[in-house]
Design a protein around this ligand. Structure first.
Ligand SMILES: Nc1ncnc2c1ncn2[C@@H]1O[C@H](COP(=O)(O)OP(=O)(O)OP(=O)(O)O)[C@@H](O)[C@H]1O
Ligand SMILES: [Mg+2]
Length: 465
């Protein structure tokens, strides 16, 4: 972060100092919302939480070296900038800091699935051009995005930001905090369908990113997704398309092949140059993400061979997304337990189908997909059906909400795999212990709230010597 006094922070956020003589204290960063992450010179933002009130942790942050707190009320004994709304103030601070960093080019990435994966690939490519700031994990909302922006300093050349929407206006608000010059939309899918109601509503919300771009900006759009491509009409920016299927896209992949662990190789085609790419991330769906990353890097000034070389070296930076682990007994565990929606579940089942070719038996452990509203039961049934069509040797469905997946699989004539309803993660592991043989492959997939990483963790712990 660029150094700022508490007086400057108060001026930038419309806050008041408490006590007034704290004006000259200097924040050098980081800005943190967890007091345990406070270090010398930090600014601790005291957020209202469901379980805890951040203000209670302000003294601990100060003891750890924080220069001050951003708070909604004075905190006895701790220098504070007091503002009406700490989250709004974080956004205002981020915007003001960014305005002082004109050399930092902002890229925003949105979509229903693959934002973090694409952000991680993009950052690892763009880093070759200069100092790059990208969020940790999935910091993509009105808190995580400003916290990420506030890590930037005078040396920062590129910010690669993840932007999420759970409702209308969310992305527009993020674009106000960090106005992007490049905006990429990956796909319009059924994540958060319960909140949005329809795919057209999702498209409307995601389209706020291209809408926010300036005339000298670039909208990077997925030509394979008609709702994304239609956003070309909603932007003043130049449009650059990418596509796996659309052969007229500006950035595309030719000759896609998957190795036996589901890693894609292809020829990256852009700007009349072809360069070979072999990804280290697993699943065919990452080809589309890699093309988005390539399109962004191309617009930031990188040539095609350099982009391909950087993609070849890029790894999965964020955890529990198509993580592959092979146990000593040869059982392959695919930990995709970070999150799930109907589209990412389809992609994961497709990857499982691929991984279970060549003699491996495939097993799917599926928990619920959250926030789907009216389409929840049908969506779970569809995923179960897909698993059956993929020929899994066993489907273990965890928790009541996911049960329709079992019905979906059973309705698939000709499927004779084991169908198991497990009340919780532990019973799922017990069932698997009876089923698994050396060389099998197990996919673990569910929404965050199902916490199915416990299944993957336990399956792998059984491997420990
Ligand atoms: N292009 C894609 N299409 C479908 N599924 C994808 C795609 N890219 C990634 N996924 C899968 O979606 C899941 C979430 O990936 P990722 O964390 O990259 O997405 P996200 O959009 O950042 O999610 P969130 O909204 O939770 O932040 C993972 O299981 C991943 O393998
Ligand atoms: Mg994410």
């Amino acid at each position: 972060m660029i150094p700022l006094t508490l007086a400057e922070i108060a001026a930038l956020t419309g806050g008041t100092l408490a006590p007034a003589d704290a004006a000259g204290l200097v924040v050098t960063g980081p800005v943190v919302v967890d007091s345990r992450r406070a270090t010398d010179g930090a600014l601790f933002a005291a957020l209202p939480g469901e379980r805890a009130d951040g203000h209670d942790y302000a003294p601990a942050a100060a003891a750890a070296g924080a220069a001050g707190v951003l708070a909604s009320r004075p905190v006895p004994g701790v220098p504070a900038v007091v503002v009406p709304d700490v989250i709004v103030a974080l956004g205002a601070l981020a915007r003001a800091v960014l305005a002082r960093l004109p050399a930092a080019a902002v890229t925003g990435i949105t979509g229903s699935s693959g934002k973090t994966s694409t952000k991680d690939l993009t950052a690892q490519v763009v880093e070759h051009l200069g100092p790059t700031i990208a969020p940790e994990g999935s910091f993509n909302n009105e808190i995580g995005l400003p916290l990420t922006v506030l890590r930037a300093d005078a040396s920062t050349r590129f910010l690669v930001l993840e932007m999420s929407a759970r409702g209308m206006g969310h992305i527009a608000a993020l674009c106000e905090i960090a106005p992007p010059r490049i905006g990429a939309v990956l796909n319009v899918g059924r994540a958060h369908a319960g909140e949005f109601g329809s795919l057209d509503a999702v498209a409307k919300a995601k389209g706020e990113l291209p809408e926010a771009l300036p005339a000298d900006g670039v909208a990077v759009l997925n030509a394979d997704d008609p709702r994304v491509l239609a956003m070309a009409d909603r932007t003043a920016a130049r449009v650059v398309t990418f596509g796996v299927r659309d052969t007229s896209a500006a950035v595309r992949a030719e000759g896609i092949r998957l190795d036996d662990l589901g890693r894609a190789s292809f020829r990256l085609l852009m700007r009349d140059v072809a360069a070979p790419v072999t990804l280290r991330v697993h699943g065919a769906h990452h080809v589309s993400n890699a093309l988005a990353a390539a399109a962004i890097a191309g617009e930031l000034g990188m040539d095609t061979p350099a982009i391909a070389a950087a993609l070849n070296a890029a790894t999965a930076r964020s955890k529990r997304r198509m993580e592959l682990h092979e146990r000593a007994d040869g059982v392959l565990v695919v930990n995709d337990s970070y999150n799930a929606n109907p589209d990412s579940a389809r992609a994961a089942i497709e990857a499982l189908r691929h991984l279970s070719q060549g003699g491996r038996r495939g097993f799917a452990v599926l928990g619920h997909m959250a926030e789907l509203g009216d389409i929840a039961d049908d969506s779970h049934a569809e995923i179960g059906r897909l698993a059956a069509q993929a020929g899994v040797a066993g489907l273990i469905v965890v928790g009541e909400q996911a049960l329709p997946a079992l019905m979906g699989a059973r309705a698939e004539t000709g499927w004779h795999g084991a169908a198991i309803a497990a009340p919780d993660a532990l019973s799922a592991v017990a069932a698997l212990d009876n089923l698994l043989r050396p060389g099998d492959v197990v996919l673990v997939k569910a929404s965050k709230s199902a916490e199915l990483w416990e299944v993957a963790d336990r399956l792998l712990a059984e491997d420990a010597p």
